[in-house]
Design a binder for this molecule. Structure first.
Ligand code: ADP
Ligand code: MG
Length: 322
């Protein structure tokens, strides 16, 4: 992987607290990288280090072979879209988008029209920001960050400000707009679905450290740690000995790798069912007291029924000397 953007051992400590801990990542030219992690895992701090709003205690940021670690934000030529968009309400769309441009009016007007087209807002230049939907405002913020032709685009939780009903559509529009520009992008999210849908690769952070980086398929099918297995998608934690492992070990099993079967190794009772399209998640309380979820056709079992469950695949085993 040729790293157009390289983070090398990036570290940031606040008081005694390591917000970002020796983070090393390579982002290829034109790649969209998602930084995924729970609240407090160091995502925003990483983005602020990249943008130049914070200085790392150790480590380097290199873009296109140039070490920009000590550069002021503007000198890096990165574009940033903030979580709250930070648009100027008293300026119209075109004035917002032109804000960072240091060119003649004619050149600026041409560039504004170009980037509004890229984000599918052609003809919106004279509209008032307050008259736009949340998703449109987000694309104005995106257009503003793209106008000066940045080398790298940074987005902090790009969809978190939107009504849940708007997120899926806005996510698609954002994916298309970023795709049209082909720009190298790093974005931050705590939502796995967002990371998987928008990211070519996803870097999973926990407590400031990189747990794993890979394509969505790699992370889902071959998680490197229990944290990744359970954070990325749904997963059951079972005592290892219930599924052929050593006493004292833990086994991680996806709900879709379990099924109801007369000869299944696990016996239990269905205690709940949650619909998900034609299928459902069945919560099963096993005889040994462990509770787990089985993903099966919605009519596969009744709540209250005694069932047996077979395990098709253990995703991950840990501990117990296994
Ligand atoms: P995330 O964006 O993943 O939720 P952050 O990068 O905002 O996480 O924060 C990571 C950790 O660093 C948190 O424990 C947070 O409290 C701490 N932190 C972030 N910014 C500051 C700051 N300016 N001063 C002190 N602690 C901070
Ligand atoms: Mg954050």
């Amino acid at each position: 992987m040729s790293g157009y953007l390289r983070l090398e051992g990036l570290t940031k400590t606040y008081a005694e607290h390591r917000a970002v801990d020796a983070l090393t990542l390579d982002v290829a030219r034109g790649e969209v990288l998602a930084l995924l992690g729970p609240s407090g895992s160091g995502k925003t701090t990483t983005l602020r280090l990249l943008a130049g709003f914070e200085r790392p205690d150790a480590g380097r940021i290199v873009v296109d072979g140039e070490d920009v670690t000590t550069f002021a934000p503007a000198a890096r030529r990165f574009g940033m879209v903030f979580q709250n968009y930070a648009l100027f309400p008293h300026l119209d769309v075109g004035e917002n988008v032109a804000f960072g441009l240091r060119t003649s009016r004619e050149v600026a007007a041409k560039r504004v029209a170009e980037v509004l087209e890229m984000v599918d807002l052609a003809g919106f230049a004279r509209r008032k920001v307050a008259e736009l939907s949340g998703g449109q405002q987000q694309r104005v913020a995106l257009a503003r960050s793209l106008a000066p032709e940045p080398r790298v685009l940074l987005l902090d939780e790009p969809l978190s400000n939107l009504d849940p009903s708007l997120r899926e559509r806005t996510r698609r529009e954002l994916r298309e707009a970023i795709g049209r520009t082909g720009i190298t992008t790093v974005f931050v999210t705590h939502e796995q679905e967002e990371a998987f849908d928008l990211g070519d690769r996803v870097a999973v952070l926990s407590a400031g450290r990189l747990e794993q980086v890979g394509t969505p398929d790699e992370l889902y099918d071959r998680p490197a740690t229990v944290f990744v297995a359970t954070f990325v998608g749904r997963a059951n934690e079972l005592p290892g000995e219930l599924v052929g492992g050593r006493p004292g070990s833990r086994a991680i099993v996806r709900p879709e790798a379990m099924r109801f079967a007369a000869a299944g190794a696990l016996a239990g009772t269905v205690v709940a069912r949650r619909f998900a399209g034609g299928h459902a998640y069945f919560t099963v309380r096993g005889e040994s007291g462990v509770t787990f979820e089985v993903f099966a056709e919605h009519g596969a079992a009744r709540v209250g029924a005694a069932v047996r469950v077979a395990v098709d695949r253990v995703l991950f085993r840990e501990g117990g000397g296994a």
